[in-house]
Design a protein around this ligand. Structure first.
Ligand code: C5P
Length: 402
């Protein structure tokens, strides 16, 4: 049985707003939990009371309402949802979102959201066709937002054309397509992500520039395809969307422990940039210049290699073990060597040389290697790498399972 999925519905102001009530009812019939937020314009068409009655949840309307903020802040609301649906999405709201404005509750929630967002536009055909609206939509799509509709039809204003909001039943189907995976929790994945931090003294550590963006996008993609994901992450790095088990760690040793205690799993993806070394001796007191000669001499020992440990973990070994090789030179050779040395099944090599902006950036270019194949993936967003890898993993696991 899958956990009940949570939908946050942002209701904009348009004649199609009335359909949102029916949409909520139909979502609830399908066992979704729904919370509603009305824009000021939305309140001109339907009341917070009717939305609260149908959802069974209170309906905040004001960003600056101290009661709301004390009870369940807009940030919590943004994080609460598995999916945010904007329906109807007016031309005005789309323009606001495309420009990152956050001057009311609904737009602030959207900007703070980490979950997926889908817009259901509804507007007059000329407004829909207007270049400004179309540009705003392209902009939002480039940020990863999804759209459902609009469709052709007659409009409240008497005109006919594109701009009619989808019918509630069609919107529910789209929501199900986005949220309910084809294979429900059939597989479990452990994903490591971000850097590790190896303490030297109470205030100093060695670490690296990993942002955790790639790891969190892989976790998101797997999770959205119905995989149970345990996300083991180093400090200060990108977190995936709500719903997964998250284990936050500092050092490589803690990360290994987090992974080991999460086994068994069907797949292990080692996307973390684990520090290869740690200081031999941790100083309980802050190191002082006066205690050293001119130079500070620190000795480092190797950390456990998590990927290698899991790859060689015998009967507990996941069916599929995937590593990364971030290289500044000789990508193919180094990646190939890692595949053999570490004993993993797949390696995703990426060039992190100067100018590539892979560490911390939003794009990646992957050299995919296994024992029999080598693929050069084109440069794409880390989100797209996550999707592609998740599809490949599921194809592999489904194949193994059958
Ligand atoms: O040897 P190198 O650090 O370049 O290997 C990269 C791969 O190994 C990544 O998948 C990384 O997550 C993993 N790794 C690890 N434990 C370490 C070092 C690297 O799991 N101590």
């Amino acid at each position: 049985m899958t956990a009940q999925k949570k939908i946050l519905l942002i209701i904009g102001g348009g004649i199609a707003s009335y359909k949102s009530l029916d949409f909520i009812r139909k979502l609830k019939e399908k066992n979704f939990e729904v919370k509603g937020v009305l824009t000021k314009a939305g309140e001109q068409f339907i009341t917070p009371l009717s939305v609260a009655s149908i959802t069974g949840n209170s309906v905040p309307t004001d960003l600056f309402d101290p009661d709301n903020e004390a009870h369940f802040s807009h940030i919590e609301l943004a994080r609460w949802a598995d999916l945010i649906v904007v329906a109807p999405a007016t031309a005005d709201f789309i323009a606001k979102a495309a420009n990152g404005l956050a001057n009311d509750l609904a737009s602030t929630i959207l900007l703070a959201a980490t979950s997926r967002v889908v817009f259901a536009p509804a507007m007059n055909v000329r407004m829909w066709e207007n270049q400004a609206t179309q540009d705003n939509i392209r902009q939002l799509e480039s940020y990863g937002y999804a759209f459902m509709g609009p469709t052709h039809g007659s409009m409240a204003c008497g005109e006919y054309g594109m701009g009619r909001m989808l019918e509630p039943l069609d919107m529910v189907s789209k929501v199900e397509q986005i949220l309910l995976p084809i294979i429900t929790s059939k597989f479990k994945a452990i994903v490591t992500s971000g850097p590790t931090r190896e303490a030297i003294d109470p205030v100093r550590y060695i670490s690296n520039l990993s942002s955790g963006k790639q790891g969190s996008e892989i976790a998101n993609a797997l999770y959205n395809k119905g995989v149970d994901v345990v996300f083991v992450t180093g400090p200060g790095s990108s977190l995936p969307q709500a719903g997964m088990e998250i284990i936050e760690v500092n050092s490589a040793e803690d990360m290994l422990e987090g992974v080991l205690k999460s086994l068994p799993a069907d797949v292990f993806i080692s996307a973390a940039a684990v520090s290869d070394w740690k200081a031999v001796a941790y100083s309980e007191q802050k190191l002082k210049k006066s205690d050293q000669d001119q130079n500070l001499h620190l000795t480092f020992v190797q950390n456990p290699d998590i990927l290698q440990t899991i790859s060689k973990s015998g009967k507990n070994r996941p069916k599929l073990v995937v590593g990364f090789a971030a290289e500044t030179n000789d990508l193919r050779n180094n990646s190939n060597q890692k595949l053999t040395q570490k004993g993993c099944d797949w390696i995703l090599g990426n060039d992190i040389g100067e100018g590539t902006n892979v560490m911390g950036g939003d794009y990646n270019q992957i050299l995919f290697l296994n024992q029999t194949a080598s693929e050069n993936w084109p440069r794409m967003t880390k989100k797209d790498v996550g999707e592609k890898l998740a599809d490949k993993i599921l194809a592999f696991l489904n194949d193994k399972g059958s």
